[in-house]
Each structure stands twice: as structure tokens, then as C-alpha cells.
Write a protein that binds this ligand. Structure first.
Ligand SMILES: O=C(O)/C=C/C(=O)CC(=O)CC(=O)O
Ligand SMILES: [Ca+2]
Ligand SMILES: [Mg+2]
Length: 391
């Protein structure tokens, strides 16, 4: 038997208990929970075969009462002696995509990001469109290209046309970017024709992950009018392997920034679901920005209410991302197009002047939030390296 040592101040203590899908050499992917620097195998310790599956979907579909019960049982389990065979050092496991992603939606909920991108993409127009403060703007992304942290990102190719060029050309993306975001995973879905009220958020949404919504800015700028992002973003979206339970985020809840005008009734929440989460973006080993999630204008409860208000289903495994997280300060911007102001103001990265991503570059996004024990809980990280375009 093993007693798991949880050092004081660990971001993966009992206040967190994030779920993931892992394997060890020669074994099948299954569900585990992270405790300090260990992964505890839930497929052999909790007596429910939902944990023997290669995704969290079956467990998530069991609903909030079960999520609470399992959280209590894990706390008991890891507070005592755990069978040796169920405990793996985190450095010795392979992490897999934690959910089978059903639908993927990406919002645009940061006022600072939306204003900055408005100025960069539409310099002669108002930065925020007239709808922006009335509804959480979003688009449907490509669920099939959501990949787990550590997956190499192949530089996309496509059509691009700079404003000073007469005609489009086909070729490798020359303005490859990141978007630092938080993603929310639906645990229990809703029926076709019915809307999910804001106040059902915590019964429906199972947990949160970090998202890097890789973006090909030159492809995007040429293709996006009038239907929105398409191939400039659909080539890959990376998520972190550990799903932080919504139940672990109670201590992180804060009001959103003041919403003026007051949103329509279906977008009003009785309890706030802003989140006090601090992100960090590290580019080739150097931290370049610290996006603050608490600055996001729309809450994830409002996003879910909006996404279903027309009667569209939500389903177990749906992933919806917040949109790029940018704060008011330059060093809080969550995309390099903002940080370098369209590539016109390079930043120093590990001793070099840089704008967009080069082949071989690595970006690592991490985050922490207040935990119920007064310490901080961690999201782990979402990492990706750019590899050359396929010829
Ligand atoms: O304003 C635009 O035309 C484009 C905006 C984005 O690229 C942002 C997007 O994907 C949504 C987000 O991450 O905030
Ligand atoms: Ca995005
Ligand atoms: Mg993407």
C-alpha cells in the first residue's frame, strides 16, 4: 500500500482533484485523478466501469450528484493507504485527450481582446460591434481537431491575401498565433428544443480545461468575412489533459465586470460565475503575458444559456471555450497579434525580437485559481510545438 504525500502548497491537493485519461506502457487508457505528483487509477479503486473507459464522458453523464459522491470517495481513498498498483508517478504516464469532444464552440467574451482585434482587423470601424454587449458572440469550431497538450502543431497552409496584395496566394501561414483561453466541458446535456437557464450551469458543466486556440491570422483575415472564423482556426485546438471539476472552483467565483446595458432576462444569473483565474503564457521558455480570467465580460453560465436559448441541444462532451483572455494591460494580452500589435511591435523572447510563431517554437499556457483550503489549485498546462508545414 502507498500513502500519497501531498506537500503543503501543492496545486494538486485535496481542494483540486482534477480528472484525466492516462495510460502506462502496454496498458489501455483509463480514468485517473491527479493528487500531488501522482495519478491514482480510478478504474481499479472505485468499483465502477465508467472509469475503465478511454474518456470521461460516461462518468460525466452520471450527473452532479454522482460527481459530488465520487469527489467525497476520492478524498477518503487518497487520505488513506492506496493499493500500490493504482498509484503512478505523473512523469511515468501518458496523458490522452480527456473527453470525446461532442461539439466545440468558441466565444469572444473578453472586452479587451474583442476591442483590440476590432482595431487590428477593422481599423476604420468601431472596435466593438453593436451586438457585443448584448450577447456573448461565438462561432462553431471543429470538434474533431481538438488535441491534447503535447501534440505537435503542423503549420497550416491556405489562402492568404495581405491588404497590399492584388490577389490571394496559396502557401504556408506566415502569421501563426496563439489564443489563451479557458474551456468548459458539458457533463449532462439538454434536449432539443429546450434552453438551459444560467442558474443550471453548475448542474450541467462538469469542469474546465486550458485551451490554446491556434490561429492563422493571415488565413483568417482573408477568409472570415462575412461568416466568421473557418480554416484559420480549425487546423488544431489544444487542451490541457486535467479537467478541473467545477466543484473545485467554488472559491474562485467572483462577479463579472459590471454589465451595461443590463443583459436580457435569459442572460441574467442570480449567483455570479466570473472566475478569478490567473493564466501565464510561456513562449520558448520565457513568460510573455499573464492573462486574467476575472476580466472576462461574459460568464460561462451566460455562454451556456446563450448557446442553448434557441433550443439547440447541449451534449455530454461539448466543449465551449471562453475566447481569448486579455486584460487591460499590454502584458495581460492573450494573443501575440495583440501583444505585438499586428506584428508591428516585436517583443523580446529569449533574447530575440519576435512577432508570430516560427517552426520549432513552443508555447506553454498554465493557470492557477484560489482553492477551498485557502491555497491555490492548478490547471496544469497546455503545451504545443510548431512543426513545419507538410509539403
Ligand atoms: O474580431 C475578429 O474578427 C476575430 C476575432 C478572433 O480571432 C477571436 C476568436 O477566435 C474568438 C476569441 O478567441 O476571442
Ligand atoms: Ca479563439
Ligand atoms: Mg482552433
Amino acid at each position: 500500500m502507498t500513502r500519497i504525500d501531498i506537500p503543503e502548497g501543492s496545486p494538486f491537493g485535496l481542494a483540486n482533484l482534477p480528472y484525466g485519461v492516462f495510460s502506462t506502457p502496454g496498458t489501455e487508457p483509463r480514468v485517473g485523478v491527479r493528487v500531488a505528483d501522482s495519478v491514482v487509477d480510478l478504474s481499479t479503486t472505485l468499483g465502477d466501469d465508467v472509469f475503465a473507459r478511454p474518456s470521461l464522458n460516461a462518468f460525466m453523464a452520471q450527473g452532479r450528484a454522482r460527481w459530488e459522491e465520487v469527489r467525497r470517495r476520492i478524498t477518503e481513498l487518497v487520505s488513506g493507504d492506496v493499493p500500490d498498483a493504482a498509484v503512478h508517478p505523473v512523469g511515468e504516464v501518458t496523458m490522452h485527450l480527456p473527453v470525446e469532444v461532442a461539439d466545440y464552440v468558441d466565444f469572444y467574451a473578453s472586452e479587451h481582446h474583442a476591442s483590440n482585434l476590432g482595431r487590428l482587423f477593422r481599423p476604420n470601424a468601431e472596435p466593438l460591434m453593436p451586438n457585443w454587449k448584448h450577447l456573448p458572440v461565438g462561432y462553431h469550431g471543429r470538434a474533431g481537431t481538438v488535441v491534447v497538450s503535447g501534440t505537435d502543431i503542423v503549420r497550416p497552409s491556405g489562402q492568404r491575401k495581405a491588404p497590399d496584395e492584388d490577389a490571394p496566394t496559396f502557401g504556408e501561414c506566415r502569421r501563426l498565433d496563439i489564443e489563451a483561453e479557458l474551456g468548459f466541458i458539458v457533463g449532462t446535456g439538454s434536449e432539443l428544443g429546450s434552453a438551459v437557464p444560467c442558474d443550471e450551469f453548475a448542474d450541467r458543466v462538469f469542469g474546465a480545461v486550458l485551451v490554446n486556440d491556434w490561429s492563422a491570422r493571415d488565413i483568417q483575415a482573408w477568409e472570415y468575412v462575412p461568416l466568421g472564423p473557418f480554416l484559420g482556426k480549425s487546423f488544431a485546438t489544444s487542451i490541457s489533459p486535467w479537467v478541473v471539476p467545477i466543484l473545485a472552483l467554488e472559491a474562485a467565483r467572483v462577479p463579472t465586470p459590471a454589465q451595461d446595458p443590463e443583459p436580457l432576462p435569459y442572460l441574467r444569473e442570480s449567483e455570479p460565475w466570473g472566475l478569478d483565474i490567473d493564466l501565464s503564457v510561456v513562449w520558448n521558455g520565457q513568460e510573455v503575458t499573464r492573462p486574467p480570467y476575472r476580466e472576462m465580460y461574459w460568464s460561462p453560465a451566460q455562454m451556456l444559456a446563450h448557446m442553448t436559448v434557441n433550443g439547440a441541444t447541449s451534449r455530454t462532451g461539448d466543449l465551449y471555450a471562453s475566447g481569448t483572455i486579455s486584460g487591460p494591460a499590454k502584458e495581460q494580452r492573450g494573443a501575440f497579434i495583440e501583444l505585438t500589435w499586428g506584428g508591428r511591435e516585436p517583443v523580446e523572447v529569449a533574447g530575440e525580437q519576435r512577432t508570430f510563431l516560427q517552426d520549432g517554437d513552443e508555447v506553454v499556457i498554465s493557470a492557477t485559481a484560489p482553492g477551498a483550503d485557502g491555497g491555490r489549485i492548478g490547471f496544469g498546462e497546455v503545451a504545443g510545438r510548431i512543426v513545419p508545414a507538410k509539403g
